[in-house]
Design a binder for this molecule. Structure first.
Ligand code: FRU
Length: 545
């Protein structure tokens, strides 16, 4: 209690900002943000922030008292007029360099930085990984995601939050879930509890219920939280955790709950040790274990899709973070595979999730994956790959998953030129004006007749490498629908730091990093012996920022 007296004395003496020895600083909040000078030369220290009696926010941070590489920030606008206490360990540096500000640091530069992706979602500052809680609700698509707002490397897992009305333009909001005393906020998913099974809703206000993993050195367990204001603020359930199975599985690894509705029950798919477990509930609070299938790692997905668009003939798709999937039947309690594992994507994609609650009138299964890509020199890391529509199609190998950018993305692409039946040299020539573009889409069909391979590069970096001798596409096995075909179609999306390629209408796709063309390097090159360009289209893509 001496402590509190010291604080009051301090307030009287020093006005709104002052220090206490013994590792505490109290700030009277009168602006919108706290800003934190960050240097990667400094070790992480753990500070905690709390506002009066509210929960503590523990954060590991590379604060510097010297020159900052960049400034991280925290929205504190809700606390105006109140006192925020920061505790820090002995020897901490840079605590007094934490400042208040009405704007986020370098506000006018955000989205204009040299290596900011132009039509992919990235965080304003900090690290992002898995998309979480993808859901459509009341006219908004919600993209929650694994986020470290305090630096560009992984840590301090929060659920970041962005919203969009068209799946193209995103607005980043304050984080939705913050670490607390029990641990950090790992991946999970969201549903709308339309019948108020959980009791969290209010008349006319169904709750958005999220399931997430709390990660601590001791254990991982599954928790829920709900929002009655469209995901802007969440209340964590007082009865958490709702699934605590570490001891049953004898593992630390039990995480990433994916919620879905099946008939009149709720289903949670959780990755536990060596595969995905299925749990059932009637109220989203009490869960019963039903079954387990081995062979998956992290970030479960499970959804039903019509085959070739026929709603009378559906199959269930199950995958883990790598995206390798099985097809099968699901009865609400058990997934029974009938085929797999198959692969539709390679490259930087990881931990992709699909949207819940897409209206029936739309009916699409829309996916967003994390692109494990960084952006040289930037204070943010990672990106969300383009939203794609997933469908099931009967192919020569059986039913397979197809992934194509959603029509909303195609619709913003503006055709700039198209050519048919041109040579390799002509391709290099007509594409030269576009070699420097940071927002470009190319769609081309190549025909091989004198060679076993065709490759396309930009500035010496490979965009596509197709080999019909080894039947490989960028190193992965690929054989077209007509196995005797000598043609391949590539739909290539180039952003400042990324490349996404969809082959033959989305039967196979991959993504990778990109170094921007510096003007000295060669432009586009199409290699292989006398490869013909049957068709080529070039599109400009506007920045979404
Ligand atoms: C996958 C993953 C998840 C986990 C999260 C932590 O990338 O490891 O399993 O919940 O990232 O950030």
């Amino acid at each position: 209690m001496i402590h509190n007296r010291k604080i009051i004395l301090g307030i009287m003496l020093a006005g709104s900002i002052f220090f206490l020895s013994g590792g505490e600083r109290v700030i009277k909040i009168d602006k919108n943000y706290l800003t934190f000078p960050i240097s990667h030369e400094c070790d992480r220290i753990r500070i905690t922030m709390s506002v009066e009696s509210a929960e503590e926010l523990p954060v590991d941070i590379r604060l510097t008292a010297g020159a900052a590489e960049y400034k991280a920030f925290k929205d504190v606008s809700a606390y105006k007029g109140r006192y925020l206490k920061i505790t820090y360990p002995d020897g901490a540096k840079g605590i007094d360099a934490i400042k208040q500000s009405d704007d986020i640091p370098d506000k006018d530069m955000i989205y204009r930085e040299e290596n900011r992706p132009q039509y992919h979602f990235t965080a304003r500052c900090g690290w992002i990984n898995d998309p979480n809680g993808l859901i459509y609700h009341d006219g908004e698509y919600h993209l929650f995601y694994q986020h470290n707002p305090y630096e560009r490397e992984w840590g301090n897992m929060h659920w970041g939050h962005a919203v969009s009305t068209d799946l193209v333009h995103w607005k980043e909001l304050a984080p939705a879930l913050y670490p607390d005393k029990t641990g950090t906020m790992f991946s999970g998913s969201a549903v709308i509890d339309k019948n108020n099974d959980s009791g969290f809703g209010e008349p006319g206000k169904p709750a958005m219920v999220v399931a997430y993993t709390v990660d601590s050195p001791d254990r991982q367990s599954q928790c829920i939280a709900y929002s009655l204001d469209n995901g802007r603020t969440f209340t964590k359930y007082s009865g958490n955790p709702v699934v605590d199975s570490k001891d049953i599985w004898n593992t630390h690894d039990t995480r990433d709950p994916k919620l879905l509705r099946y008939g009149d029950r709720w289903v949670m798919v959780v990755n536990e040790r060596d595969g995905h477990s299925i749990y059932n509930s009637t109220n989203l609070r009490d869960w019963t274990f039903k079954s387990h299938i081995t062979g998956f790692w992290e970030c479960p997905e499970l959804f039903e899709l019509p085959v070739d668009g026929n709603k009378e003939n559906t199959m269930w798709v199950m995958y883990g973070a790598s995206g390798t999937y099985m097809l099968g039947d699901f009865d609400g309690e058990r997934f029974s595979p009938v085929s797999g594992k198959h692969r539709y994507v390679t490259g930087s994609q990881y931990a992709a999730q699909t949207f819940n609650n897409i209206p029936d009138s739309d009916g699409r299964r829309i996916q967003i994956g994390w692109g494990r890509l960084s952006h040289p020199g930037m204070n943010f890391n990672g990106l969300m790959l383009l939203p794609t529509e997933l469908t099931l199609k009967t192919t020569k190998d059986g039913v397979r998953l197809v992934s194509k950018p959603i029509k909303e993305i195609e619709n913003i692409c503006k055709l700039a030129g198209s050519w048919t039946n041109i040579s390799q040299d002509e391709l290099a020539h007509v594409l030269q004006p576009y070699a420097k573009s940071d927002k470009l889409r190319l769609r081309a069909t190549f025909k091989l007749s004198h060679a076993t391979n065709a490759w396309l590069s930009l500035a010496g970096e490979s965009l596509m490498n197709y080999d019909i001798n080894g039947n490989t596409l960028n190193g992965a096995f690929y054989s077209p629908q007509d196995p005797t075909s000598m043609e391949i179609t590539a739909d290539i999306y180039l952003d400042r730091t990324s490349v996404e390629v969809f082959i033959d209408g989305g039967l196979f796709s991959y993504s990778m990093g990109r170094k921007l063309y510096d003007g000295d390097a060669e432009g586009f090159r199409l290699g292989g012996n006398r490869v013909e360009v049957k068709s080529l289209e070039v599109f400009n893509i506007p920045s979404i920022w």
